[in-house]
Design a protein around this ligand. Structure first.
Ligand code: NAD
Ligand code: UDX
Length: 461
């Protein structure tokens, strides 16, 4: 294929929007169209209030939008024009039928492939950006070839490794770019074409070329290993609480071993986000599907430990507050699954709030980026009734307001501002004894104990 002039991305979500904004910013000679069937989302990408919050994203989008970066609902037109088509649609856990609760739901992937097949003319490079089960490229290729009259296709795997909250840095200076392709000459030419786009700003020794299946599987495995580290340290946090060891000290001591490394060893109320649980479940499902129950059980334990950590935290709050929270106010600081994002998918806060509400607590939530409608939607998805939620939840504009006249406060997201609030003022406004439960280990224990708080932090003896 000759030089890449036009790129299209199907799916304007947390991955499609930011990745395409980065390519547009780094490659002014390439026109990048991001398309989605969700009109409201596209309208938001074209407005002053982008649909997702990500540090540095506004500047990136505003710098390129209308020049060589376009957001549109005209999926067909963008497909027809493009040399490379990224597929960045959701691949959530299936909720129905075979593999429900574990397998990835590939209906959006298939929908995108059929849209491409219907209108594409001439040679196209199709890039799997979504995280998908190993060997999905085969299915995409079959759908494309069976349904297209005028298109010819090379399917590549190019999984995305950005983390929310740090997406812009992750993309501008990635550890690696992974491209999997067919070993044929045509396949390798397609790999070279995609590599040339990334090569605009990423050194070639960081662009890994593999076969399709290694690339697809590596994405699931990378997320599984990262999640496994968190479950490992969280399992140790429970042991620390029994033995007066301090989990941060243990993490520091093991992390200085260069073979172990220091990252992803922060004990917490549990990992959240749209990826870890979904991709682990998918790995568990695939292992079972390929007749490897021991492998499936091994990875299932990482999920089970995460579930237990969330339940353990909720139980700790209830037990500490004299075994009853019925009618008590509990402040919730943070609802997003991590700091610097407005994303709440699989946030530990959803499950802790659900548990406390079921115990009859009244909760007062403050999150700098998450609004009431999102919280209601997340809890309603778990089967809770809106009318009851409206009675039991209040939404606040500050940490102080959420803590005012509360019996306890639970810190559920590691937002920077939670570390520097005026704890004396917070304490004054609360019922006594006043309890602070730090699910993120970000609060200075000495400081808040001096102020008078009864303080719990995960994994601290
Ligand atoms: P998302 O739900 O935010 O966005 C997906 C978008 O695709 C939606 O806006 C949806 O309307 C659109 N869509 C679905 N079918 C379509 C079609 N046929 N035509 C046009 N648009 C269509 O999802 P996301 O968080 O961006 O994740 C996308 C993929 O990337 C997933 O496979 C995910 O596992 C993977 N991933 C996500 C992250 C992350 O941090 N969120 C990181 C790495 C990889
Ligand atoms: C993850 C992967 O990091 C990224 O490479 C992939 O592309 C998508 O999935 P993301 O889910 O956006 O990214 O955020 P991440 O920083 O990995 O955090 C996931 C969850 O783990 C958060 O809830 C975070 O608070 C938690 N976490 C992370 C811990 O509890 N302890 C840690 O040490 C690190």
């Amino acid at each position: 294929m000759s030089e890449i002039k036009k790129i299209c991305c199907i799916g304007a979500g947390y991955v499609g929007g930011p990745t395409m904004a980065m390519i547009a910013a780094k490659c002014p000679g390439i026109d990048v169209s991001v398309v989605d069937i969700n009109e409201a989302r596209i309208a938001a990408w074209n407005s002053d209030t982008l649909p997702i919050y990500e540090p540095g994203l506004d500047e990136l989008v505003i710098g390129a939008r209308g020049k060589n970066l376009f957001f549109s609902t005209d999926v067909d037109a963008a497909i027809v024009d493009a040399d490379i088509i990224f597929v960045s649609v959701g691949t959530p856990t299936k909720t129905y039928g075979m593999g429900a609760g574990k397998a990835a739901d590939l209906c959006y992937i298939e929908g995108a492939a059929r849209m491409i097949a219907k209108v594409a003319k001439g040679p196209k490079i199709i890039v799997e950006k979504s995280t998908i089960p190993v060997r999905t490229a085969e299915a995409i290729k079959t759908i494309l070839e069976a349904n297209s009259e005028e298109g010819t296709f090379q399917v590549l795997s190019n999984p995305e490794f950005l983390a929310e909250g740090t997406a812009i840095d992750d993309m501008s200076d990635p550890d690696r770019i992974l491209i999997g392709g067919d070993p044929s000459d045509e396949g390798q030419a397609a790999v070279a074409a995609l590599a040339s786009v990334y090569g605009t700003w990423i050194p070639d020794d960081r662009i890994i070329r593999t076969n399709l299946w290694s690339s697809e599987l590596s994405k699931l495995v990378a997320n599984a290993f990262l999640a496994q580290r968190i479950s490992s340290i969280n399992s140790i946090s429970a042991l620390c609480e029994k033995t007066e060891a301090d989990v941060d000290e243990v993490a520091n001591a093991i992390g200085m071993d260069s073979r172990i490394g220091s990252k992803f060893l922060k004990a917490s109320v549990g990992f959240g986000g749209s990826c870890f649980q979904k991709d682990l479940l998918n790995l568990v499902y695939l292992s079972g599907h390929f007749g490897l129950p021991e492998v499936a059980n091994y990875w299932q334990a990482v999920i089970d430990m995460n579930e237990w950590q969330k339940e353990r935290f909720s139980a700790k709050v209830v037990q500490t507050l004299f075994n009853t929270v019925r009618g008590k106010k509990i402040g919730i600081w943070g609802f997003a699954f991590k700091k610097d994002t407005n994303d709440t998918r699989e946030s530990a806060a959803i499950y802790v709030c659900r548990d406390l509400l079921m115990e009859g607590a009244n909760i007062a939530i403050y999150d700098p980026k998450v609004g009431a409608e999102q919280v209601y939607a997340d809890l309603e998805y778990l089967g809770m009734e809106r009318a009851k939620l409206e009675k039991q939840i209040t939404f606040c504009d500050s940490c102080e307001e959420a803590a005012s006249e509360a019996h306890g406060v639970a810190v559920l997201t590691e937002w920077g501002e939670f570390k520097t609030v005026d704890f004396e003022k917070i304490y004054e406004g609360m019922f006594k004894p006043a309890f602070l439960f730090d699910g993120r280990n970000i609060i200075d224990a000495e400081l808040v104990r001096e102020v008078g708080f009864d303080f719990y932090s995960i994994g601290k003896g």
